[in-house]
Design a protein around this ligand. Sequence first.
Ligand code: 6PG
Length: 258
Amino acid sequence: MFGRLMHKKHINKMIRIFKDAAKLSKAAAEIFSAAAKEAIDRKGAFTVAMTGGSSPAKLYELLSGSQYTIDWQKTFVFWGDERWVPIEDEKSNAGMANRLLLDKVNIPKENIFPMWVAGTEPEKYAEQYEELLRKYLGESGEFDLILSGMGDDGHTASLFPGTEVLKEEKKWVAAYYLKPQQMYRITLTAPLLNKARQNVILVFGANKAHALGQVISGVYNPEKYPSQLLKPIAGELIWLADDAAAAELPSHISATRE
Ligand code: 6PG
């Protein structure tokens, strides 16, 4: 029994390091398609939260190709966070996923839930989005897969350093005005992220190296490095980093090199 618990603890957090972003993106695509298959076999549906930023572009292109067979009819797509701009805006995370992936695959429009809607206040929409999530995820709040990126400053989703949302304990979704970027952001909160079966974080490029080193092995200070809030309750946390992003990880950290 003890042995099993130890094993579970061991596999709960994983760091996989790749030579380059192309290999990393391929591994992410494999995780995505395996998670979809596993969830659909188990319960007939796959719930996934997509990410924005530049990190998932290659992954989305791969998933739109024919080498991955994903049952899109049974896939339900949400987002981890969004910039509060219309979907047509080039800054929209949903717009980017649409262009690179969702417009190209056979997914019913009703299975796609962007974190933005016209004519509503972001705070109001955060409440509505949380209701929607309760409907699709149930009270467990367990996504099958959440994809995220990490910023140079250690933020993930829209959990930015020094913001109030980092202290959220109850809400699943929150919206707030991010002054330095002069825009509203809407985001899943850490309590919800931590309920997922799998959190996969894509991190590449030398400009992420310092933050990744601090997030993984620095002093616990999520005010400064919000990605430290990622501590799954029962699911897995998988960091996918390229060599450049992994440069400041201490050598004693257990990681695979692929
Ligand atoms: C956003 C993102 C954000 C992103 C990181 C990494 O809306 O800005 O969701 O959390 O994932 O900033 O961004 P890059 O992938 O562009 O480095």
